[in-house]
Design a protein around this ligand. Structure first.
Ligand SMILES: [Zn+2]
Length: 864
């Protein structure tokens, strides 16, 4: 990681030639060298955490392991060499070489059998997320080496014994249970906590957090659960705590039953962290969450409650899938993610009996997976990974959302019973160890007559999705045949075997036909000789995965009549398909926008309402010209206000209100919102919590309402929660009506120090690049692109994608599209994965810019 080589000679043997270092990062070659040699690794670790976050954290680590023979042992420590203050082997000070982020212990300092290497060091802050009153580690995927010397790869698991010395009054939590706490043992004003030795864990699952946290405790099913949090609103904690404990307890019980393996990591803690960069992170025995995804506001939507249940079930599933059995190498990181998502869906469903779960699966996974898989920047589920430096780029919607769709297809092919039995066998065989996707395929293949290896090739090992075209052939006024033809738009001739549920709509009737599509074409059975259907929707049952290119008759019918489909799942699926057809240029944006305005009032399913609101907002800002937006604005606002009045629950009202707040432009609408923000008027049936008011203030400011500045300052003054107040203060310059201040706000991001709180940066970019500010904001696109490599090098794993998404979301002009294309054209040596990040996040801009460039795009075009 660090591109230098320095010989660090600690004592004696200065004339010994240092051995070659293994190159930057953690290459697969280095990983294999260590996997083959190092056995029974244990770390005895201690850190002293000072009260001030400017003061360095000192640490000591003793690594114990066995070797078959003396050989060099390479540790990872991605810090400047002076931060390593001493290395000892078997108690003797040794000279070791630090370079490229490695410490090489020469073979002559090791022996066959037990070895003990001791390091004293100054921990790097990079992965410690230090705040004034708390810190927490986040070592995924290979960032533990930024903090302490270790073997930073997933298949050298170790047992950790941790001791933390923290300022008095701080709480501390880690994977192991706290077994002893001593006050002032290491000086006045300190508290020392000793944690029990853990089960074998990879470095990316080792974690601790310390700071001023409140702790809630509960017992569920004979197990003590603890919730660490920093929420200052006591009512909010009281409102959420039991749900949080219950959801964890029921997920644990479900997983113990499904896997037939008891929870393996002893105690169970939950840590709610403000502005945590992920929804959650599955550290064994101490799951970290984004506080806002656990502690919901009173205005939480049904979707937010589902999302919370889902993230809890997801992280809890990881205790088996990922923590108990870990991927051998990060190219299989998708496996733990797919199983966590897949199990989460199974676990959450019974807790929400009133929800349409088939629809939820469709809307939770397909649009997001398509968002990448339809683009030139998409990737395969299983990717090649030469060095853990690039592991962060494995993550994204392909593994989080496409993989669950693929896994559901696999369960359907095998049958639920044999599939579960295969998973049980896999978990039992590899528990506390590591396994690859191929190990799983072998286990499952033995339980089905289908050729899983061939199936895996198209779905798992290659990128992209099929384009499936419907053809309706008529003989007179009767149907001769309906066929589906699958095409590989990337020209490889791939065929994706899959199950579909085709829905054909007739007057007052629909016909649902299962189709097992094993080859590139399939005929829909049982429709010949009937009248021509009003529409044919190949994924009407929500199963099929691909771009479904509708025939002209079906497309026209659905654009005009979508709200008349009776089944909510078919409606949801039709919306996802029409959106794809719009992006393909087959539906003029104003036509689909009008469909949305027509379909919203009668839509009875909340999930569909949210989806349609989302599409309407995206068409409104990105695919309509300012004139088209102007022409439809009043009607849009009326539909949203009516929806808000009509909604019967807090969660529905919140969905309508958010959509209104994010799109309103009329003077009357803004005046009303300002009165709501000033608490002079209430939204009947909707309580606005502090985060809602902050967002409202920001949306008013970006619209430059006359007193925008006063509103922001008043909001800052009345924000009680210190973390939220700091965040708003950071974002405020990006909201300014003064372009020079916005430019200074962007310039801050050139310094790493100003990018540490990535969520704050994302909020700022969101407003700097708001569509209402596109004319000025487009100057940020080029520098943002130029900074992307550094963003990737210094940030957490989702940051490059989010950086680009927030940079590009507000634009539709051919000029900005040309800026992005020009940048890519000039970067001939650009890393391929990062190029994909740009291509996938710019895809909608490219499509919208084509619409913007063709004023005649009011005509319906045919794809055939
Ligand atoms: Zn996960």
């Amino acid at each position: 990681m660090l591109g230098f080589m320095v010989a660090l000679s600690l004592l004696g043997s200065a004339d010994t030639q240092p051995p070659a270092t293994p190159g930057p990062g953690v290459s697969e070659t280095l990983a294999r060298e260590r996997t083959g040699a190092i056995r029974n690794l244990k770390y005895e670790l201690s850190f002293t955490i000072p009260a001030g976050r400017q003061t360095a954290i000192r640490g000591r680590s003793i690594a114990r392991f066995s070797l078959e023979k003396p050989q060099r042992v390479v540790f990872d420590f991605a810090q400047p060499p002076e931060r390593l203050t001493q290395v000892r082997a078997a108690g003797r000070v040794v000279s070791a070489t630090v370079g490229d982020g490695h410490i090489v212990i020469p073979a002559e300092m090791t022996k066959a059998g037990e070895n003990e290497i001791e390091f004293e060091f100054v921990a790097g802050d990079d992965a410690l997320n230090r705040n004034d009153e708390f810190l927490y580690t986040l070592f995924v995927p290979a960032r533990a080496r930024l903090t302490f010397p270790c073997i930073d790869q997933p298949d050298v698991k170790a047992r950790y014994s941790l001791t933390l010395t923290v300022p008095a009054g701080w709480q501390a939590v880690s994977n192991g249970a706290a077994i002893r706490t001593a006050d002032a043992a290491r000086g006045p004003g300190t508290s020392t906590v000793v944690f029990a030795e853990t089960q074998p864990l990879p470095t990316y699952l080792f974690a601790f957090a310390a700071g001023r946290f409140s702790v809630e405790t509960a017992e569920r099913g004979g197990r003590q659960l603890r919730l660490f949090h920093r929420e200052t609103d006591a009512a909010k904690v009281a409102r959420n705590r039991d749900a949080i404990f219950d959801l964890h307890a029921s997920a644990l019980a479900w997983l113990e039953d499904y896997t037939a393996i008891p929870y393996a990591f002893g105690k169970f803690d939950i840590v709610a962290i403000p502005a945590f960069t992920f929804g959650g992170m599955e550290h064994a025995g101490a799951i970290f969450y984004n506080a806002s995804s656990l502690l919901l506001d009173e205005s939480a939507t049904q979707n937010q409650m589902l999302d919370r249940a889902n993230v809890i079930a997801h992280e809890t599933s990881h205790m088996w899938f990922g923590d108990l059995v870990t991927m051998r190498w990060f190219n299989d990181v998708w496996m733990k993610e797919v199983f966590a998502n897949f199990m989460a869906d199974k676990i959450v469903n019974p807790s929400f009996p009133t929800v349409n779960h088939e629809l939820r699966f469709l809307l939770a996974h397909y649009p997001s997976a398509y968002g990448v898989d339809r683009t030139a920047g998409t990737n395969a589920i299983r990717q090649v990974l030469g060095n853990l430096d690039e592991a962060g780029q494995m993550y994204g919607p392909i593994i989080y959302d496409k993989a669950p769709v693929v896994m559901r297809q696999l369960e359907m092919i095998m049958g639920a019973g044999p599939f579960r039995d295969g998973l049980r066998e896999y978990l039992k065989t590899y528990q506390f160890g590591n396994a690859t996707w191929l190990d799983l395929v072998r286990t499952l293949d033995a339980k089905t007559p289908r050729d899983l290896a061939a199936w895996s090739r198209a779905w798992v090992e290659e990128r992209g999705r099929p384009a499936i075209t419907t053809r309706v052939r008529m003989a007179g006024d009767r149907v001769a045949s309906i066929t589906l033809a699958s095409r590989d738009s990337m020209g490889r001739g791939l065929v994706w075997p899959q199950r579909l549920t085709v829905v054909a709509g007739y007057d007052g009737d629909v016909k649902t036909v299962p189709v097992d599509m094993r080859t590139a074409t399939a005929t829909v059975p049982g429709v010949e000789g009937r009248a021509r259907p009003r529409f044919v929707l190949p994924n009407g049952g929500g199963l099929g995965y691909g771009l479904f290119v509708l025939d002209d008759v079906s497309r026209a019918y659905l654009v005009d009549h979508i709200e008349q489909l009776l089944d909510p799942l078919t409606r949801g699926s039709a919306w996802v398909t029409l959106w794809d057809n719009l992006l393909e240029g087959a539906i003029p944006p104003p036509a689909l926008f009008d469909s949305a305005l027509r379909a919203l009032p009668p839509e009875s399913d909340e999930q569909n309402v949210q989806r349609i609101l989302g599409y309407a907002g995206r068409i409104y800002w990105r695919f309509l010209s300012p004139e088209q937006r102007q022409a439809r604005g009043v009607r849009f606002e009326t539909v949203l206000r009516d929806g808000l009045s009509r909604a019967s629950t807090q969660s529905q009202k919140s969905a309508w209100f958010s959509a209104y707040r994010d799109t309103v432009l009329s003077a009357e609408g803004l005046a009303w919102l300002e009165r709501v923000w000033r608490r002079e008027e209430r939204v009947p049936g909707l309580t606005l919590a502090e985060p809602d008011e902050i967002t409202l203030a920001m949306e008013l400011a970006v619209r430059e309402v006359p007193r925008w500045k006063e509103i922001l300052e008043a909001q800052l003054a009345r924000t009680q929660n210190p973390d939220r107040r700091d965040r708003l203060a950071f974002v405020m310059p990006a909201l300014s009506a003064d372009p020079a201040e916005r430019e200074r706000s962007f310039e801050r991001f050139r310094l790493l120090e100003n990018r540490r709180r990535e969520v704050w940066v994302q909020d700022s970019l969101q407003y700097l690049n708001h569509p209402l500010r596109a004319a000025h904001g487009q100057r940020f696109v080029q520098p943002a692109l130029e900074m992307l490599r550094e963003i990737q090098r210094t940030g957490d794993i989702f940051f490059p994608t989010r950086w680009m998404e927030r940079t590009l979301w507000g634009y539709r002009s051919p000029e900005v599209a040309a800026t992005v294309r020009g940048f890519l054209a000039r970067q001939t040596e650009y890393p391929e994965r990062l190029r994909w990040t740009i291509l996938s996040t710019a895809d909608e801009l490219f499509r919208a810019s084509r619409v913007a460039a063709e004023p005649a795009a009011g005509q319906r075009v045919s794809l055939d």
